[in-house]
Design a protein around this ligand. Sequence first.
Ligand SMILES: Cc1cc2nc3c(=O)[nH]c(=O)nc-3n(C[C@H](O)[C@H](O)[C@H](O)COP(=O)(O)O)c2cc1C
Length: 212
Amino acid sequence: MDVFAPMGGVVKVDAAAMDMDLVNTVATLMQTRQTILPKRLMPPGPDPTQMRLILEAAASAPDHGQLLPWRFVVVPDAARDALARVFGEALSERDPLATAEQVSQAREKAYRSPFLMLVVVDAMRGDPEIDLHERIVSAGCAVQNVLLMATAWGYGSALTSGKALKSTVLRTLFSLDAGEHALCFLSIGSVQSRKKTPLRPVHDDFVSVLLG
Ligand SMILES: Cc1cc2nc3c(=O)[nH]c(=O)nc-3n(C[C@H](O)[C@H](O)[C@H](O)COP(=O)(O)O)c2cc1C
């Protein structure tokens, strides 16, 4: 079997010596993950032991300089009212003409998924030579690890963003430092219903070879 060598090129490997079950399991896991939006997630969410294991998966993300440039802020049930208030205020601030129904819809998003957390990236922590792009890549890898681990445990998950992430009210609620950015929310829960898996790009859609 041909595989890409870490130092470049292709090497022959003994397929029998490889753990093909592991290869297939990982491939299946990655292909199985799909966004299950918070409105399609329901209780129960992961129990505390599962949740810890799911979140610890983030620690294996590549992290140039070991800066730990990202962090997660869990939003427990007790804090959902505060988040709802912020979602409502963020909408009213950016659109003073928003109707009471629109504000109510914005507020309702705070209550949707059994487990909810904010993903934060820090542009300034540690070595300033490591710029924001690298830090966001590290955060993305950490997030993907979490999504895959949640999938492995049989839960649905989703990332959601939105204009409220940049609002002062949200930054204040989550006590974000000046160099921190709210990247997205991450939701996890049991799958109520799922849509068809989206059409995935194929190898040639995103791989090209540099012409020497
Ligand atoms: C940072 C980030 C934020 C996202 N925010 C939203 C969102 O606000 N609403 C939404 O429907 N999907 C959101 N998504 C999910 C994408 O729409 C989704 O990943 C894409 O449609 C591919 O579907 P899949 O995850 O099932 O492969 C977000 C994805 C990322 C990476």
